[in-house]
Ligand binder design. Structure first.
Ligand code: PLP
Length: 438
C-alpha cells in the first residue's frame, strides 16, 4: 500500500487527537486502483456527453490538488470526528456469535454516523470540493434516501441550494427520508419515468447537471459513474476500513479473516475493503440483492450472481442487468439502496480478478436476519445492511470459532419503518397509522 499523505504523523500540523492515533490517510493506491483515466482494468472510464467533459476534468484536477493539501484533509477529518461522530464503533456481537456458533462476528456500526448511514462520509468530502470549485448548488440521486438525506444535510450546513432526484417507487417507500430532506431545505423530485428506481434517478440527475453544469455540483452517491467519481467516493469511504484495521488490532491483535458488506453501487463495501485489498489473507465478500427470485429478470438486483452483462451505462463501463440489445432491465429488491441494475467498476474488476467473492441473499433471508440481529444484539440495521448480516449468518456457523468476521452495518433501520410494518403485518402499527391519517 502506498500512502500519499499522512495525517497526524510527524511533519504535519494535524492533531493526532483527532482519531487518537497517528495514521489516517484516506488517500492511498492499491494494485486494483484505476489508471489516470479512471480505468479499473477494462471497466470504468468516462463515457459522457462532450459538454460534461470539462466539468469532469475540472473535478478530477480539483480533487487531485485537494488530496495533496493538508488543510483539506484536516478540515475533512475534523468534520468526520466532530460533525459525523467518527470513528464509528467496531463491536463484538457476542450474543449473535454464541447463538450461531462458529466465527466471531464483529459489527462495524456505520448506522451511528450522523444521518444514519455511511453516505455522509462521501458527502462531506464532496461538499468541501464543491465549495472549492465555487459551486452554489448540489444535485444528487438517491435510492434509499440515505444519500439524499446526507446531501441535503451538507447542503444545509455549507449553504448550497439542493435538488435530489428519487425514483417515484423509492419516493413512496422511503417517505421518512423525503420528509427530512425537505425539512433540511432540499427540493426532492420524484422521477416518474423508466422503472422509477435508482437508475432513473441517476439519469435525471445527470440531465440536470448537463443543463446546470456551471453553477451546480453533481454529488454522486456511490462508487460509480464517470471518472473520477468511483475512485473519489471510494477514497472518502476508505475511512471505514482504516478504522476497522486499527480497531480489530486493538481488540483481537490481528486482522480479520472475513469482511462482509452489501453492494448496491458499491461505496460502503469498497469503504470497508479498500484498506485490506493488499492483505491477501483477508477474504472479502460482497452481498447483492437476490430479491424474490434470482433466476427471474425483474425480481432481483444481483448483477454478478445472475444475468449481468458488460456494458456502458450512465457514464461508465461495468456489469449491468440488461437484455441482448443492451437495454437495462428492471430490478427488484426489498431495499431501495440495492435496487440498482449496475455495479461500480472497481467491483467489476475485483470480481473478475477473484479478489472479492460475490453472493446474493433473498428478501426473505434479509428480513429474518434483521429480526435476529435486532433481537440478539439490539441493533436494527437498514434493509441494505441486513443483506450483509444475512450472508454472515449463513457463513459464520460453517467456520471454526477461531475465525474473525467483520460485517459492515452500513446504516440503521429507522428509514424502513413503513416497509417493515407492512411486511411484518404489525396490526398495532397499522391501526396507529390509520388513526393518524383520520
Ligand atoms: C444504508 C445503505 N447501505 C448500503 C447502500 C448501498 O449503496 P452502496 O453500495 O453505495 O454502499 C445504501 C444505498 O442507499 C444505503 O442507504
Amino acid at each position: 500500500m502506498v500512502l500519499n499523505f499522512k495525517v497526524g504523523g510527524e511533519g504535519t500540523s494535524f492533531s493526532p487527537h483527532i482519531f487518537n492515533n497517528h495514521m489516517k490517510s484516506i488517500f492511498f493506491k492499491t494494485e486494483y486502483d484505476a489508471d489516470n483515466y479512471g480505468h479499473f482494468g477494462t471497466f470504468g472510464g468516462r463515457y459522457v456527453p462532450e459538454m460534461l467533459m470539462p466539468a469532469l476534468e475540472e473535478l478530477a484536477a480539483v480533487y487531485d490538488a485537494a488530496k495533496q493539501d493538508p488543510d483539506f484533509l484536516q478540515e475533512l477529518m475534523d468534520l468526520y470526528k466532530n460533525y459525523d461522530g467518527r470513528p464509528t464503533p467496531l463491536y463484538f456481537a457476542k450474543n449473535l456469535t454464541k447463538q450461531l456458533g462458529g466465527a466471531k462476528i464483529y459489527l462495524k456500526n456505520e448506522g451511528l454516523n450522523h444521518t444514519g448511514a455511511h453516505k455522509i462520509n462521501h458527502c462531506l468530502g464532496q461538499a468541501l470540493l464543491a465549495k472549492r470549485m465555487g459551486k452554489k448548488r448540489l444535485i444528487a440521486e438517491t435510492g434509499a434516501g440515505q444519500h439524499g438525506l446526507a446531501t441535503a444535510t451538507v447542503a444545509a450546513k455549507f449553504g448550497f441550494a439542493c435538488t435530489v432526484y428519487m425514483g417515484a417507487v423509492d419516493y413512496e417507500r422511503q417517505r421518512p427520508n423525503v420528509f427530512f430532506m425537505e425539512l433540511l431545505g432540499a427540493t426532492v423530485v420524484p422521477v416518474e419515468h423508466g422503472t422509477k428506481r435508482l437508475k432513473d434517478a441517476v439519469t435525471a440527475a445527470l440531465q440536470d447537471w448537463i443543463s446546470n453544469v456551471d453553477d451546480s455540483y453533481y454529488l454522486l452517491g456511490s462508487a460509480l459513474g464517470p471518472h473520477p467519481y468511483p475512485s473519489m467516493v471510494r477514497d472518502f469511504q476508505s475511512i471505514i476500513g482504516l478504522e476497522v484495521k486499527e480497531q480489530i488490532m486493538e481488540q483481537e491483535g490481528r486482522l480479520p479473516d472475513y469482511l462482509v458488506a452489501c453492494v448496491g453501487g458499491g461505496s460502503n463495501a469498497l469503504g470497508l475493503f479498500n484498506a485490506f485489498l493488499e492483505n491477501k489473507e483477508v477474504c472479502m465478500i460482497g452481498v447483492e440483492a437476490g430479491g424474490r427470485d434470482i433466476t427471474k429478470i425483474g425480481e432481483h438486483a444481483a448483477r454478478l450472481q445472475s444475468a449481468g452483462k458488460i456494458g456502458v451505462v450512465e457514464g461508465y463501463k461495468s456489469y449491468f442487468l440488461q437484455n441482448d440489445d443492451g437495454q437495462v432491465q428492471s430490478t427488484h429488491s426489498i431495499s431501495a439502496g440495492l435496487d440498482y441494475a449496475g455495479i461500480g467498476p472497481e467491483h467489476a474488476l475485483l470480481f473478475e480478478q477473484g479478489r472479492v467473492a460475490y453472493h446474493a441473499v433473498s428478501d426473505a433471508q434479509v428480513i429474518a436476519a434483521l429480526q435476529l440481529l435486532a433481537q440478539t444484539e439490539g441493533v436494527i440495521p437498514a434493509l441494505e445492511s441486513a443483506h450483509a448480516v444475512a450472508y454472515a449468518i449463513k457463513l459464520a456457523p460453517t467456520l471454526d470459532d477461531e475465525k474473525i468476521m467483520v460485517v459492515n452495518v452500513s446504516g440503521r433501520g429507522d428509514k424502513d419503518i413503513f416497509i417493515l410494518g407492512d411486511i411484518l403485518g404489525d396490526e398495532k402499527w397499522k391501526n396507529y397509522l390509520k388513526k393518524k391519517s383520520q
